[in-house]
Design a protein around this ligand. Structure first.
Ligand code: ADP
Length: 257
């Protein structure tokens, strides 16, 4: 049984983290980082202290969404996260690189070790929730991350373009292997609400999320529409100013866990 959590990776003595939520997806580009950011923003607005660990090493987009550019401070033993305008501590490889356009060409084990250090060497302080933007897929890197960090629950992000049943099946199997509960599913880019005629259009086709959620006995935490304002907020580093309520139900369900 190789898939046991390796609790040898201890958090820093100055980190007290109550809940760790991993956000996963089958592939890149479905909005996993956006969902991670919105969860943290919505929870923060409710008064919880939240942080984000960006473990999507090869496609880090959390710093951009929050508009943070400062470098992580390190004394060789410990690292301090960079705080967003709204006070959310963020750790991401992009905040370590000299140049944010530098590609990360490391191999799996090096990436996994970096993520472990983002847990063990970072002074996170007191947090109610730490959200982890996981590397996409169910490969080597996400597996090692799961084995290294004490993830309490995972949220699976899908979009209607995908073979949702297969992606959810894989995520659920991986979670079972790791003995981590799946908190629920988020469907991103579900529909477009036309402001001119008030109708909803299913741009990427019919949703199968209810059927798949039912099959696994999982809740649908949120259905997020395609929203140009959301895309702009992410791209311009203003995700904390986004006033939408699409994550309110999701946050309530996560609180109840
Ligand atoms: P992932 O983390 O899965 O690779 P991102 O969260 O980085 O994906 O999202 C990819 C791109 O799609 C980003 O530019 C983001 O702003 C945009 N995007 C994601 N979700 C939505 C949405 N619901 N409406 C509009 N744009 C979106």
């Amino acid at each position: 049984d190789k898939a046991k959590t390796d609790f040898s990776v201890k958090p820093h003595a100055m980190s007290h983290i109550k809940k760790v939520i991993g956000v996963v997806s089958g592939k890149g580009g479905v909005g996993k980082s956006m969902v991670t950011s919105l969860l943290a923003v919505t929870m923060s607005k409710k008064g919880y202290k939240c942080g984000i660990l960006d473990a999507d090493i090869t496609g880090p987009s959390i710093p951009k969404a929050f508009g943070v550019k400062d470098k992580i401070m390190s004394n060789g033993e410990a690292m301090l996260p960079v705080y967003s305008e709204g006070g959310v501590p963020i750790i991401s490889i992009n905040l370590l690189l000299q140049n944010e356009t530098d590609p990360v060409v490391w191999r799996g084990p090096v990436i996994a070790n970096t993520v472990k250090q983002f847990w063990s060497d970072v002074i996170w302080g007191d947090l109610d929730y730490l959200f982890i933007d996981m590397p996409p897929g169910t490969g080597d890197v996400p597996l090692t991350v799961f084995q290294s960090l004490p993830v309490d629950a995972i949220v699976v992000v899908t979009s209607p373009q995908e073979l949702v049943s297969m992606i959810v099946a894989k995520a659920v199997k991986m979670a079972e292997l790791m003995k981590i509960p799946v908190a629920g599913l988020v469907e991103n880019m579900s529909y477009f609400h036309c402001p001119d005629n008030g109708k909803d259009y299913q741009i990427f086709g019919e949703s199968h999320i209810d059927e798949v959620a039912g099959r696994y006995g999982l809740p649908v935490l949120a259905r997020i529409p395609i929203d140009p304002a959301l895309a702009a907020a992410c791209d311009e580093g203003r995700i904390e100013e986004f006033a939408g309520s699409c994550m309110d139900d999701a946050v309530m369900m996560l609180e109840d866990r």
